[in-house]
Design a protein around this ligand. Sequence first.
Ligand SMILES: Cc1ncc(COP(=O)(O)O)c(C=O)c1O
Length: 441
Amino acid sequence: MTYQPSVPNDLDAFWLPFTPNRQFKKEPRLVVSAKDMHYTSADGRRILDGSAGLWCVNAGHARERIVDAIKRSAETLDFAPSFMYANPMAFELATKIAELTPDPLNRIFFTNSGSEAVDTALKIALAYHRARGEGQRTRLIGRERGYHGVGFGGISVGGIVKNRNVFGSLLTGVDHLPHTHLPAKNAFTKGEPEHGAELADELERIVQLHDPSTVAAVIVEPMAGSTGVLVPPKGYLKRLREICDAHGILLIFDEVITGFGRLGTAFAAQRFGVTPDLMTMAKGLTNAAVPMGAVAARDDIYETFMTGPEHVIELFHGYTYSAHPMACAAGIAALDLYKEEKLFDRVAGLEDYWQEAVHGLADAPNVIDIRNIGLVGAIELKAKEGAPGKRGFDAMVRAFEKGAMIRVTADIIALSPPFIISKDQIDELMATVREVLEDVE
Ligand SMILES: Cc1ncc(COP(=O)(O)O)c(C=O)c1O
């Protein structure tokens, strides 16, 4: 029997996340099914997925292999605790992830989301220093415009003002690097910008201000995604790595968006040739079919915890659903699919075509910058006088009407399709965005 989704007739109860609820409930954008590159809207239209859902459906929608794996696991082992017990798929998936992460990041801690992965990584960093007898290292450094999810740890090190400003005092002992957006020098750069590596030197200033021996970790997205795609300036990440090394500070890469092929390599760390000490991931880990996140830690960080009596828990942290069997099944199937279809290489192969296509929008109305890397593109629009964010929001609404799902952050359109997108579909997506930009005021 085919599942017939019902269209809800009462939209009151669901409080939508990161959405203007009143506008949505007046003009809902409902999707009821998805396959490969397309959603189907409740009114039966095919919607081209220009955002891989939320940067997460890397292999395209409802891939049979993943669907089958989830079905099998739901029938066989609906749930198993990972506190004191475990399911074998958790080990299999962890091993497969460790094959993709750079050495020596081979120890995998499972969570259910990117936000939980971030909070987990911050906690591991603090506990690691303490276990080594450097418990005074309690400070955390994030970056302006950074997005690290919505837990209190994540918003504290994050740097998107609206995600922080009404939620109280947050974590103490947190400082922020400057963001790397230099439009006067770098606007319309293709790929990595030339200017801005020197901004990493601000880290030296910040750690000297606090005394380097008090700093536990620095966390950055290698490519800032949610703020509207900021590609790291050439040499910037290497410089951060050097400064962290000089002072015994852990470097955490938040690879929730960039992980699993988005930049044409398994992780951004490999693309930029910089290895962090801890790495967070989620989204593409299961192709988004079941929620899951993870932290990859250096072998010796894990080993640091492995002391004391063997019956005693080494890290007092975890989630009921850590390594949930269905998520593990989806993760194993997704990673196998990426490998078999060489999807990360496919991203690398499409990058030039994608780059030219995105930059082809430079002459569309109100475009003030275009940025790209891997299979990611951002089109920044001039803000409307007195109504920042309105033009971007209208563009998102209009695109959906015209048959494309796109993501906007204020007046920045972010495009990040599934890796199975064809060149024709890239052209179609850009043509739709162009029409949208010509339509919106
Ligand atoms: C870099 C980064 N970190 C963390 C998160 C949070 O992930 P989640 O929404 O799964 O909690 C996101 C989500 O977009 C992200 O982009």
